[in-house]
Design a protein around this ligand. Structure first.
Ligand code: SAH
Length: 219
């Protein structure tokens, strides 16, 4: 357990999980305190209600590192299953000025609480339109905001998420955990001419599933 957010981020740098200076700066500015209530600075997922968790800090760092070439000023990004809003906020910091990130989340209460979290941490990102949270089924993506330079999915898809691949720009990258039971982070890269998709498997992981609202949570 780390005492401060800065200690937590420093440990991710020491473990060589955060490699990029820009990512370090973005994560440092995005204090877990504004997004979670429990065991704030532990490198582990924590419950945020509705049967889901805010991801572990090292998973946020891996996701940002896997997308880092795409997370540049001016980029358009989709964060599916934005949950607490933590990763969406880090992404927003990396793509300004001129960029836009849309978080899509299917639990309206989480949409509301994530907007509160983000307001505490970085109100200006909401005010200037760099960051927006939409309510909806992220399995379908968010075609009206696309196409995207980068798409991140914070919950596991059962198989290849073709609807999301379609919403990538030529040269765009999708990072998504795929699998039922045992999952791997899959990276899908759309070629520069937009005709091909290269895929490769990365880390083995354990994410909550991308699912139906009613299956995840009943009032
Ligand atoms: N990156 C987020 C991850 C939250 S857990 C964070 O660190 O806070 C995954 C999130 O995906 C949950 O908030 C869950 O409600 C959401 N989710 C699951 N299925 C979904 C779907 N079909 N559409 C949109 N969001 C979904």
């Amino acid at each position: 357990m780390h005492r401060t957010h800065a200690d937590l981020i420093q440990s991710l740098v020491r473990r060589n999980i955060i490699k990029d200076e820009r990512i370090k700066t973005a994560m440092l500015a995005t204090d877990r305190l504004d997004f979670s209530t429990d065991r704030l600075y532990e490198d582990a997922p924590q419950p945020i209600g509705y049967n889901v968790t805010i991801s572990a800090p090292h998973m946020h760092a891996y996701a940002l590192e896997m997308l880092r070439d795409k997370l540049i000023p001016g980029a358009r990004v989709l964060d599916v299953g934005s949950g607490s809003g933590y990763l969406t906020t880090c992404i927003a910091r990396l793509i300004q000025p001129g960029g836009k990130v849309i978080g899509i989340e299917h639990i309206p209460e989480l949409v509301e609480s994530s907007i509160k979290n983000i307001s505490k941490n970085a109100r200006s990102l909401l005010d200037d339109g760099t960051l927006e949270i939409a309510t909806g089924d992220g399995r379908l993506g968010h075609p009206q905001g696309g196409p995207y330079d980068a798409i991140h999915v914070g919950a596991a898809a059962p198989n290849r998420p073709n609807a999301l691949i379609e919403q990538l720009k030529p040269g765009g990258r999708l990072v998504v955990p795929v699998g039922v039971g045992s999952q791997r982070i899959m990276i899908y890269d759309k070629s520069a001419d937009g005709h091909e998709v290269h895929e490769h498997a990365s880390l083995g992981v354990s994410y909550v599933p991308l699912t139906d609202k009613a299956k995840q949570w009943r009032h």
